[in-house]
Design a protein around this ligand. Structure first.
Ligand SMILES: Nc1ncnc2c1ncn2[C@@H]1O[C@H](COP(=O)(O)OP(=O)(O)OP(=O)(O)O)[C@@H](O)[C@H]1O
Ligand SMILES: [Mg+2]
Length: 363
């Protein structure tokens, strides 16, 4: 399940969306690296985690609590399972939204075995009373179970076996400091660079029994928005195309042609991203233009433009949010093959640039 959907505006499923969708979950289970050595990229996190786990193993102790923070699809759930595998420990999986009451958490905690890994996904969405119970459990391996109600209620202390909490969050900033401070180790997951994604794609192609050229993998990697989940999804769509339209082998040409069909361009922008960028450039001369105006121009809700399209455009340095409105960067003009207006007349709207030669989804 994708918890972020609850706050995200309703948007159709996107092939370049970072959240797990459709058949992702079933396929992902098969593509997950099983140990740290197989886990691609994230060198710093991997080294640090390797030390934390090795040291704990040498001491014969349970590992410190670990917080994994990072954008969707970067490998938090994968790492939590790897931690369990590396510690040779069972893993219990739950999530913040699934824990409504402190009692739900007490039930889980009290049934843990010694050394077990408790994976708490979307930990920032846990209820406040459960959070407070978790503080004590993490620090003292103890919980107070409240029995009864009102003035007659009593707290019965309950000892817990030592366990390792692995929390995952896409919004580390939303975690209350007392909770953040109780983790012995925090791993910040970064977006992957194209070379790393290429390795992810090669590895997945091997597991899916798909033949792929290095150039084909590079082509897919460049369009995957720094995110292994998207890389794996694009690989599956390209595989379909290669099977139906060619001999099954993925080359650069096949990858580019397939992703043109799915409207994923050379930098990983999809139809919505390009519509926003095109409106900004062609209708408003590159801005500044207000969000509402831009949204009307592309026929989308404000929220959709702001929360679905813009974050990636900003991250890619194609669009800037300024106090006066949205502004296109020179890279945006270059990417759409348009020529920026020479100089905006003072106070007036800039002239839209001339259309360049480059095709819409050119490679
Ligand atoms: N470093 C990696 N090497 C190889 N594959 C990876 C790596 N990281 C992630 N993947 C692949 O990407 C997919 C998504 O990863 P995962 O489910 O762990 O992301 P997540 O961070 O938990 O996302 P979410 O925030 O949506 O829960 C998995 O199927 C996994 O195969
Ligand atoms: Mg996850």
């Amino acid at each position: 399940m994708n918890w972020d959907d609850e706050t995200a505006p309703a948007a159709e499923e996107r092939i370049v969306g970072a959240a797990a969708e459709g058949d992702d979950q079933a396929v992902e289970a098969a593509l997950r690296p099983k140990d740290l050595a197989e886990f691609v990229g994230q060198e710093k996190v991997r080294q640090q985690l390797d030390l934390v786990l090795k040291a704990a193993r040498q001491r014969g102790a349970t590992a410190d609590h670990v917080l994994l923070s990072g954008a969707p699809g970067l490998g938090k759930t994968t790492l939590s399972m790897i931690i369990a595998a590396e510690m040779n420990a069972p893993i219990r999986i739950t999530s913040g939204p699934a824990i409504q009451h402190a009692g739900d958490l007490a039930a889980i905690l009290s049934s843990l075995q010694e050394g077990e890994i408790l994976f708490l996904d979307e930990i920032h969405r846990m209820s406040r009373p459960a959070e407070e119970m978790l503080y004590m459990a993490m620090e003292d391996f103890r919980v107070d179970v409240i029995v009864g109600k009102g003035p007659g209620a009593t707290a019965i202390p309950l000892e817990l076996p030592p366990f390792t909490l692995v929390g995952a969050t896409t919004r580390a900033g939303l975690l209350p400091p007392p909770l953040r401070d109780r983790f012995g180790f925090t791993a910040h997951m970064e977006f992957y660079d194209p070379a790393e994604l290429q390795r992810v794609i090669h590895r997945s192609a091997g597991l899916l029994d798909v033949e792929i050229d290095p150039d084909g993998a590079a082509e897919i990697a460049g369009r995957s928005r720094g995110t292994p989940r998207i890389a794996n999804r694009l690989l599956r769509r390209v595989r379909d195309y290669a099977q139906v339209r060619a001999d099954g082998r993925i080359t650069r040409e096949i990858a580019a042609a397939a992703l043109r069909v799915y409207e994923v361009d050379s930098r990983g922008l999809d139809r919505l991203d390009r519509a926003v960028l095109e409106a900004l450039l062609k209708l408003f001369g590159g801005g500044p233009v207000g969000l509402s105006t831009l949204a009307v121009a592309v026929g989308e809700e404000r929220e959709t433009v702001e929360e679905v399209a813009e974050p990636f455009l900003v991250r890619e340095g194609l669009l800037a949010r300024t106090p006066r409105g949205r502004v296109a960067t020179p890279a945006a003009w270059a990417h759409l093959g348009l020529v920026p207006p020479q100089a905006a007349p003072p106070g007036g709207a800039a002239r839209p640039g001339a259309t360049g030669q480059q095709g819409l989804f050119g490679t």
